[in-house]
Write a protein that binds this ligand. Structure first.
Ligand code: HMG
Ligand code: MG
Length: 298
């Protein structure tokens, strides 16, 4: 058995597809996830149990979760904003849930229609109920490195939200560069501050690549001891409630870098790149991933 050095969290079916104009059919999503499962990924975020009016592209959340082939080595996750979402996710048979909120008031309000103070008690209940149902929980923190509406966010605010999520009982927090503005020095500052209070083993990094700095940011976080990274096949992705938010870092580009560094991810580069080629064909547009374009050119 291979020893995994870093855990790759694939968020393509959720973050990747939530913002796509071209709605991918439920059957195609299921076929794509079944291919992703074979690549060696330990975690795949399948969908979101949010209001379908807010995210129409993921309105088929239950059908997707019920339709994919379960495999023991893969944890299937989904975003859950409230108790209603949790009920739907549990009924569908999800393995893990992910709650989410922002460090900045305006983004939180636009994204989930609540103030941060009103969001905390909702999430507390969701985490408690998910835990008593035997589910593990991720906690996403958005706009950690900058907000599209409010600009810079203080490191103390990031720490405060991170600590509140940990106190609720989440297993992992994921620091989100929602609009892809982070630079490595900022990643170093925030990871150092947060890891002074929360173990590195509970911290993941969620880069978006809007400014082309995502891979450099992953390297910076890795060098500080972060060992969980979110990626999206093909570099798909973006938050519909954050102006200018484009794709996540392409998972295959991250795997390529870790392979070169002799850091084991357990994910097969060729197979995951084939999954990127497959979804690019479906979406009929050129995706930002570098390794995908190399594969197409060969
Ligand atoms: P709301 O309108 O305030 O909800 O939306 P409400 O509680 O007032 O309820 C209104 C109606 O919605 C009711 O139905 C509820 O039952 C229903 P009615 O009585 O009118 O018929 N409802 C639901 N239906 C289905 N599923 C639910 C649900 N909850 C209520 N879960 C809500 C609040 C949170 C639901 C809404 O704002 C929403 O769905 N937001 C989701 C936004 C979203 O998914 N954004 C993208 C994901 S976050 C992201 O991408 C960032 C991340 O990648 C990290 C990073 O990059 O930073 C994670
Ligand atoms: Mg995101």
């Amino acid at each position: 058995m291979r020893i995994i050095d870093v855990n790759i969290r694939e968020v393509g079916p959720r973050d990747g597809l939530q913002n796509e104009k071209e709605i991918v059919s439920t059957e195609a999503k299921i076929e794509w996830v079944n291919q992703l499962v074979k690549t060696g990924l330990p975690y795949i975020e399948l969908t979101s149990f949010v209001h379908p009016k807010w995210i129409p592209a993921l309105a088929d959340a239950s059908e997707v979760v019920k339709g994919v082939k379960k495999k023991e080595h893969v944890t299937f996750g989904a975003l859950v904003p409230n108790e209603h979402g949790l009920e739907r996710a549990l009924e569908a048979g999800i393995d893990e849930i992910a709650v989410f909120l922002s460090t900045s008031e305006t983004h939180n309000q636009k994204n989930i229609n609540k103030t941060i103070d009103d969001t905390i008690p909702v999430l507390k209940k969701v985490v408690r109920e998910a835990k008593s149902a035997g589910k593990s929980v991720r906690g996403y923190i958005s706009t950690v490195f900058g907000c599209p509406y409010e600009g810079a966010v203080t490191v103390d605010k990031v720490l405060s939200i991170s600590s509140q999520l940990m106190e609720m009982g989440v297993d992992e927090i994921s620091l989100g560069d929602t609009i892809g503005v982070a630079t490595p020095n900022q990643v170093v500052e925030i990871v150092k501050k947060v890891s002074g209070h929360i173990p590195l083993t509970n911290i993941a990094f969620h880069p978006h690549d809007t400014s082309g700095t995502a891979l450099a940011n992953v390297y910076a976080a890795y060098m500080l001891g972060v060992r969980a990274f979110d990626g999206s096949v093909g570099g798909l992705g973006g938050c519909p409630y954050a102006k200018g938010a484009t794709g996540n870092l392409a998972t295959e580009d991250m795997i390529y870098m870790f392979n070169g560094m002799k850091v084991e991810t357990g994910v097969d580069l060729e197979q995951i790149t084939a999954c990127a080629v497959w979804i690019q064909k479906r979406l009929k547009r050129t995706l930002p991933s570098h390794r995908l374009q190399v594969a197409i050119a060969q």
